[in-house]
Design a protein around this ligand. Structure first.
Ligand code: IPD
Ligand code: CA
Ligand code: CA
Length: 267
């Protein structure tokens, strides 16, 4: 099943790369404020779901652009973000990826994140580790925030939690060596797994942004939680991840900024 996910991710990556130099000709729709989708997002998703549903007719798929399809009762659900980092893609900023995860009875079992520009393929299989272009990857051994390079996502759609977010940013900035906002959550998570970032946090994500990356990090020896340290990140869309030594110190600086709404979302 991992091989099939890789095949689907590469096929979608080809569609994305072919469209890169004619972005101005694309049909772009605004789904909500600052949330865009183009023909490329839609075509890439149809390519992925076509490949997966042909191979596994009994499995369901949940894609960002076309929603849920397939048998409601299936134990297997493929969760797909055909193009994570659409805003980057539309601006010619070369940081975006395809993200595909396979859930079995609610647990992520396979994860693939593919960067078609750098041709970097991140894969994870539950219990069998994580790889980048077939080489094993691990999270960093970074002990605390001093000297740490963190990734994040700055709120740009729903800004109701902007003040809380800025409080977290301020606290983490004081100690960290640097903070990056690269614009593709799936790749940010893959970078934590590969030891390129020491940690990452973001509020307001969807399952398709996170699912493959979460398994990559867990299989690379890292910890993933929501803002309160719990495991409801797929439900509430907030995520904090890092190696086991840095995860606690990050949470300690994040938690004091949680509002009642953010706490309720975690409860
Ligand atoms: C977005 C990217 C971005 C994150 C947003 C996501 P999209 O996904 O992952 O980094 O900050 O929250 O929605 O819309 O480009 O697939
Ligand atoms: Ca996304
Ligand atoms: Ca997307």
């Amino acid at each position: 099943m991992l091989n099939m996910a890789v095949r689907a991710a590469r096929a979608a990556g080809d569609i994305i790369v072919r469209a890169m130099d004619r972005v101005d000709l694309l049909n772009i729709t605004t789904k909500s404020r600052n949330d865009f989708a183009s023909d490329v997002d839609r075509q890439a998703e149809l390519e992925i779901t076509g490949i997966l549903q042909k191979a596994y007719p009994g499995h369901a798929v949940l894609g960002e652009e076309h929603g849920f399809k397939g048998p409601e009762s299936s134990d297997f659900v493929w969760v797909i973000d055909p193009l994570d980092g659409t805003t980057n893609f539309l601006h010619g900023f070369p940081q975006f990826a395809v993200s595909i995860a396979l859930f079995h009875r609610g647990k992520v079992e396979r994860g693939v994140v593919y960067d078609p520009v750098k041709q970097e393929l991140f894969t994870a299989v539950r219990g069998a580790g994580a790889t980048l272009n077939n080489r094993r990857i691990r999270v960093t051994p970074q002990k605390g925030l001093t000297g740490a390079l963190l990734g994040t996502g700055i709120p740009f759609k729903d800004q109701s939690y902007l003040d809380a977010y800025l409080g977290m940013l301020k606290s983490l900035l004081k100690d960290a060596a640097g903070i990056r906002r690269a614009g593709s959550a799936a790749l940010d998570l893959a970078y934590v797994a590969a030891g390129r970032l020491d940690g990452f946090w973001e509020i307001g994500l969807n399952q398709w942004d996170m699912a493959a990356g979460v398994l990559l990090i867990q299989e690379a020896g890292g910890l993933v939680s929501d803002l309160e340290g719990g495991d409801r990140y797929f439900e509430n869309g907030s995520i904090v991840c890092a190696n086991p030594k840095l995860h606690g110190p990050m949470l300690d600086l994040i938690k004091p900024h949680l509002t009642k709404e953010l706490r309720q979302a975690s409860a």
